[in-house]
Ligand binder design. Structure first.
Ligand code: UDP
Ligand code: MG
Length: 312
């Protein structure tokens, strides 16, 4: 019998967790042709998430959990869950029921009967999301697909069921700055996309502000593309060409019409413009340098304080 591990990162999910467990329990009991394991990752929650997990682990022997020493972010949560999972198949899902457990049988069928290594979900609409957020999300997906070789699908969720081989491939990527959407695409494997209509969170509230998402998208670009580094060279080249043309223009003008003094405003514009571009390009370099710096420190992605076996 195949064993499926459900990996669920939770951060302050006391309101949604009981509902999630109820629904996941129902779906998994219906799929009685598989064995199940729940791996909850408590990402340093400050509410009652951990006590709920302890209780679930006590009453249901399929439930395991990993609790972090502080909030390390969803990426670290997913990594810890994948590392702890022991199943032949592993499914990643959110605790807020935005990733409907009811899709599991379809995902399982895709990997066992249709010859895929992974069945991933994609939401077809972005209903219930602020329009400005959807707009920036679309722009981000267009941009990153142009400048990186990781294939990142618009509307893709992290909700997916993977074969062990793919999980091992993902775990073999030991980078500190993790951007899972990019990693899933980068490792390849045959992926079936299962569309579903967006559902809103059952309880509690989203942990992602616009600013957090913006920073996350920049991280994705830095992690999966070096194209921004080329901006400095391209801009430098273009400016050289413009400067050369301008020098010719000035030369001809001076020879033909003499040299009337003036031009302070234009000089200021050029100085400020070039100064701006230089700082901008140094900033891009700095972003990559900062990421390299963090990678070389080789800090662990997360620290565990407690598991279902007790405090460490
Ligand atoms: N999450 C987490 N650590 C964080 C933020 C979020 O483990 O620092 C979890 C959260 O508990 C949820 C999932 O990641 O299970 C998705 O978060 P959320 O629903 O807030 O994001 P959204 O669906 O709004 O993008
Ligand atoms: Mg959500």
């Amino acid at each position: 019998m195949d064993k499926i591990s459900l990996v669920v990162p939770c951060y302050n999910e006391e309101a949604a967790l009981p509902l999630f467990y109820k629904e996941a329990d129902r779906v998994t009991r219906e799929m009685d042709f598989c064995a199940f394991e729940f791996v909850f990752v408590d990402d340093g929650s400050k509410d009652g998430t951990l006590p709920i997990l302890r209780e679930l682990a006590q009453k249901d022997e399929r439930v395991r959990f990993v609790s972090f020493s502080r909030n390390f972010g969803k990426e670290a949560g997913m990594l810890a869950g994948l590392e702890a999972a022991t199943g032949d198949f592993v499914a990643l899902m959110d605790a807020d029921l935005q990733d409907p457990p009811a899709l599991l049988p379809a995902l399982y069928k895709a990997v066992t009967e249709e010859g895929y290594d992974c069945a991933a979900t994609r939401r077809t609409t972005r209903d219930g999301e602020p329009p400005i957020r959807s707009f920036f999300a679309r722009c981000f997906y267009k941009l990153i697909n142009k400048i990186s070789d990781a294939d990142i699908v618009d509307g893709a969720r992290d909700y997916r069921l993977m074969r062990r081989s793919m999980v091992e491939a993902i775990l073999s990527m030991r980078e500190y700055n993790r951007f899972s959407k990019g990693i899933f695409g980068w490792v390849g494997f045959k992926t079936k996309w299962v569309p579903f209509v967006n559902v809103e969170r059952v309880a509690g509230e989203t942990k992602w502000s616009f600013w957090k998402l913006f920073k996350y998208s920049l991280e994705g670009i830095v992690a999966f593309s070096t194209a921004p580094l080329a901006i400095a060279s391209v801009l430098g080249f273009v400016l050289c060409v413009i400067a050369f043309i301008y020098i010719c223009v000035i030369l001809v003008k001076t020879l033909a019409f003499g040299d009337p003094v003036g031009g302070w405003p234009s000089l200021m514009c050029v100085v400020l413009f070039l100064g701006g571009i230089q700082l901008f390009c140094t900033g891009i370099l700095g972003q990559y340098l900062a990421k390299t710096y963090l990678e070389t420190k080789k800090r662990p992605s997360y620290l565990v304080r407690e598991t279902e076996e007790g405090v460490k």
